[in-house]
Ligand binder design. Structure first.
Ligand code: PLP
Length: 353
């Protein structure tokens, strides 16, 4: 697939310089068509019957296998969830933490991670978003390190393999800005979340959770999809592996949309996305203060001279879609493999004015 063919899959680019995959990725024509066809099918033939249920189960396993490959692991270690927040809740509620336990996190996290961290009941220890700061905060009471691989604020990438190797502690990775954006290998990490609606360009709500040792986490929110058998009393046998954490049913239109979305990405996706982010930082750097370290990720954040919210609105009026990071005085540009030089020129041009 050439770059032009790959980019032409997304109708949204005909109108906008759409640079907000860190929030929601663009939807391809194939994804939209698959969803439309499924809705029509469900309308005409109903949602039921053994063929329908068999296809749901087959599609779920296909998606599990594809997402496992994306993370460099086996399908048995991947749960299908609705989001990163969902994955963080599954882990943090299943570890049975108490007020005597400590969870280390950083001052650059999204509520999708910090909400579940605080709800766990453990003492929350906040450090700077830096490997040494995290390692320096460990005490005998530390039970978990929970942070992003790519910070949603500055786009900095943390070396969490180093943190895992040097701490030996369980590490929960919020992968919302890394999975699908940059090459990911879960390696020795314990938990890794995926938000498929972002860099994987899937409909929402879709996501996944990698769990290295599924039997070590208590199941706190069993769903019909997560059991292999149950009795009339409600007692149940969980599925083998991480499927025991599957978050209920993803609607069929969403599921077929996710399957189609996973097929839209070319082999050269990661290289080109990072190249475009580097190019974006270089071009914008002539006009604004860039706070992103080059080469770390596909996000480029900058501190505008004026009000970030106003700037984002002004850019939208010029058909450029980026986002403001509330409370951080930053504007964030998401560069995907699909980003064109023309998209970047449009941001620069809008900033110049
Ligand atoms: C770093 C980070 N974590 C979590 C989330 C929440 O993701 P989800 O909607 O998949 O729960 C986001 C979304 O913006 C994010 O950027």
């Amino acid at each position: 697939m050439t770059y032009e063919e790959a980019r032409a899959q997304f109708p949204v680019f005909e109108r906008w310089a759409y640079m907000n995959a860190g929030t929601m990725g663009p939807l391809s024509r194939a994804t939209l068509t698959a969803m439309d066809e499924q809705i029509r099918h469900d309308q005409e033939l109903g949602r039921g019957g053994s063929d329908w249920f068999t296809s749901v189960i087959a599609l779920r396993e296909q998606v599990r296998t594809q997402l496992a490959a994306l993370l460099g692991t086996a399908p048995e270690r991947v749960a299908l969830t609705f989001s990163t927040t969902d994955g963080c809740n599954i882990v943090l509620s299943g570890l049975d933490l108490t007020a005597d336990d400590e969870v280390i996190t950083t001052d650059q996290e999204h509520f999708g991670l910090t909400g579940p961290v605080y709800a766990s009941g453990a003492r929350v220890v906040i450090t700077a978003a830096d490997e040494d700061a995290i390692l320096g905060a460990i005490t005998p009471r530390t039970k978990l390190i929970a942070t992003c691989e790519v910070l949603w604020t500055t786009g900095r990438r943390l070396d969490l393999h180093r943190v895992k190797a040097e701490s030996g502690l369980p590490v929960l990775v919020d992968g919302a800005q890394s999975a699908g954006a940059i090459a990911v290998e879960v390696g020795e990490l314990d938990f890794y979340t995926v938000s498929a609606q972002k860099w994987l360009c899937a409909p929402e709500p879709t996501g996944a959770l990698y769990v290295r040792d599924p039997e070590s986490v208590r199941i706190v929110a069993p769903s019909y999809s997560s059991q292999s058998s149950y009795e009339l009393s409600g007692a149940f046998v969980p599925k083998e592996g991480a499927a025991r954490f599957d978050s209920g049913r993803t609607g069929m239109p969403t599921l077929v949309g996710l399957v189609a979305a996973l097929d839209t990405h070319p082999a050269w996706r990661y290289e080109r996305a990072v190249e475009m982010a580097a190019s974006c930082a270089e071009l914008l750097g002539e006009h604004v203060e860039i706070v992103t370290v080059p080469g770390h990720s596909t996000l480029v954040s900058f501190r505008p001279p004026g009000d970030p919210a106003e700037l984002v609105q002004e850019l939208a009026a010029r058909s450029v879609i980026v986002r403001e990071l509330p409370g951080r005085n930053l504007v964030r540009v998401s560069c995907g493999w699909w980003t064109s030089s023309d998209d970047l020129e449009r941001v620069v041009d809008a900033l110049r004015r």
